[in-house]
Design a protein around this ligand. Structure first.
Ligand code: KG4
Ligand code: ZN
Length: 333
């Protein structure tokens, strides 16, 4: 069983080897009115959700908890309160059932979601993964399941945060990424231009684009208060294209330098339809692109279960004394 509780989704999954039998996710509606995740409210919602979510995963997988062989859980990175709820529950369950406990790094798990059994094949090592989520934006060189090196990452906001903050300015509710995605389909991506961030190597910066959208909106709404309503779709499409272009340019540059052809996409923002389209288009430029199924892009426990399975095979079990970690960088094994 995998248990995920790093942010605002409570999730439990049951796997049999690399096959997912059930993956149940409870989203927390409570944050919508605040326009972002409130950590204390998230912890309380996890506490309410965790037992029903675990029960639902077991019944969907049609197994009893006594049949489980190990419990994997997200140790970090994430919000410490939510991590403690999932971690404590996982420790209790493993102790109660007398089965091994396996700690999992959430960012590593987003990448390992590619190894969930499917019919489309898996990337071969070494490959480069662009991990884009609400909390992180990283270009990762993946040498093996547990040997990963961060080649570059954001120096300020993550790509998901940029989507969410700009969406908020445009009047959408949290999380805004999916709204921008949907609205962009009716918009003209060439209508507005945003500056190219100047960041060295494979690092990113998304705070500049956020500020330039804010300036544009402030300036235009002075003369036309309906500017946002009249131009929402074009604003969305232009912002989305710029963010996608920034991400893909750096990914391709890294792949060329490291001479790596297998590329992967992971994390919540990899659910973005334009990013998926441009990424899959890299197939025509000599690369072999892999994207996870939609349900394994945003936070889910299936990715924790598959990571747990891979660690289980290596006999890597964890002590119940391990502390949850708000900051937890991926690195070589
Ligand atoms: O990986 P994830 O579920 O949670 C974290 O680990 O942070 O990522 C959540 C992020 C949010 O910023 C959300 O707006 C973004 O993923 N997201 C999207 C889309 N679906 C989710 N961003 C753009 N387009 C989407 N379709
Ligand atoms: Zn995540």
């Amino acid at each position: 069983m995998g248990i995920e509780s790093s942010c605002d989704d409570t999730s439990a999954a049951v796997s049999s080897n690399d096959k997912i039998l059930a993956n149940v996710v409870a989203n927390q509606e409570v944050h919508r009115i605040w326009g972002g995740v409130v950590p204390e409210l998230a912890s309380r919602a996890h506490q309410q959700n965790i037992v029903p979510v675990v029960d639902a995963a077991l019944s969907k997988a049609k197994i009893r908890k006594e049949q489980l062989h190990a419990i994997a859980y997200t140790r970090g990175p994430g919000l410490i309160g939510p991590l403690l709820v999932g971690g404590s529950f996982a420790k209790g369950l493993s102790a109660g059932l007398g089965i091994p406990l396996i700690e999992v790094n959430h960012m590593q798990a987003h990448i390992l979601a590619h190894f969930i059994q499917n019919n489309k094949g898996v990337p071969s090592f070494p490959f480069i993964c662009l991990t884009v989520s609400g909390g992180h934006t990283q270009i990762v060189l993946v040498r093996s399941h547990f040997e990963m090196e961060i080649l570059g990452e954001t120096t300020d906001d993550s790509a998901g945060e940029a989507f969410d903050k700009i969406a908020k300015m445009l009047g959408f509710s949290y999380p805004g990424g999916p709204h921008i995605d949907k609205s962009s389909k009716q918009g003209n991506p060439f209508r507005f231009q945003f500056p190219e961030p100047k960041v060295s190597g494979y690092n990113f910066s998304f705070s500049g684009i956020k500020t330039s959208v804010l300036y544009l909106l402030n300036q235009q709404t002075k003369s036309n208060p309906a500017f946002i309503a009249e131009n929402r779709a074009d604003l969305c499409a232009s912002v989305q294209d710029k963010i996608v272009q920034i991400l893909i340019n750096k990914l391709v540059a890294a792949a060329r330098e490291y001479k790596i052809s297998h590329l992967a996409l992971a994390g919540g923002v990899s659910a973005n339809s334009r990013l998926r389209e441009v990424f899959m288009g890299l197939g025509k430029e000599g690369f072999i692109p892999f994207v996870p199924e939609f349900q394994y892009c945003t936070d889910n426990a299936a990715m924790i279960a598959i990571s747990g399975f891979l660690k289980y095979k290596r006999g890597e079990f964890s002590d119940t004394g391990l502390a949850s970690l708000a900051r937890y960088r991926i690195g070589p094994a």
